[in-house]
Design a protein. Sequence first.
Length: 353
Amino acid sequence: MSAQGSSGGDSNANRAALAMARWLLIVAAMVVLIVVVGGITRLTESGLSITEWKPLSGIVPPLSQAAWDQEFAHYRQIDQYAAVHAGMTLSDFKGIFFWEYIHRVLGRLIGMAVAFPLIWFWLRGQIPQGYKPRLFALLSLIGLQGTLGWLMVHSGLQKGMTEVAPLWLAAHLVTALFTLSGLVWTAMDLIALAHNPAARPARLTGFAALTGLVLAVQLVWGALMAGLRAGRVTNQWPLMNGTFWPGASQSGESLGHAITADPAIVHFIHRWWAWVVVALLIMLARRVKAAGDRRASIAIHSAFGTQILLGIATVMSDVALPLAVLHQLVGALLVAATAWGAHAVGRVTGRQA
């Protein structure tokens, strides 16, 4: 009788762990979606179309002509309107408003998709031992992401600014992708726990951490590329306007300024640092395959191969919208695949320890 009760308890715990893993993977998919919508928002110059941050009431869009006129009037008061969208009609404004509105609604939905199920699992006592701090940290990251999003928008609303500050954009994007990796990693731990109640959380190995750090550098400079519109510095590859080294496009500035704010230098760093990332990802994928997870190894190879081709195509197309959006999508998928692979290696290490 006691054995049956124990078996039934284990079964319930396994089902709860699997349900939580599926929940986190759904949230991860939502994060990928918001990264894509964020890319469209940036590429269409839509990010400053909503000039106020209303966390609760902002979920309701303008519903009357008067409300639309008021929103448009607010937008016409900022410097971006005169510099980028001067003379646009209300109909045009609704087009850019749409993408920023959808971006913000998705952010709210992601917050609720993390908070409400977390409360549900917590109150039912179904969260496995040791996972409460990690799940709360993921919820906190979602909140931080929303805060960084507003600080990013706020930077573009200042006098003399016609777009958001690139460093705020980088912080906003990289935080989203870090959250994505945390969601995937935690879901993988829960899947392992569902199949084996004695499974321990995977460990982040030194090499996987190094690979993640090198990839993070690439993501930061990718975000700077976006914020500086540096993709339009040249439409050539592998040369940049006929030369390998493009030279600075802004003279007399510091080294720090050159590598983070000079469009030509930022573009150069992003296109060639990518090969450092590829080298480490290939080595990580080999370790993942040796660990017995061939699917994760294939996912890493497929993601970085596609990403490289899309990056080149985006540059050579003068940053065509569909290619640029796909480049951002695959970048998010590459982060997820890397987290999956690093987890596979860390799981084996954990068993051997």
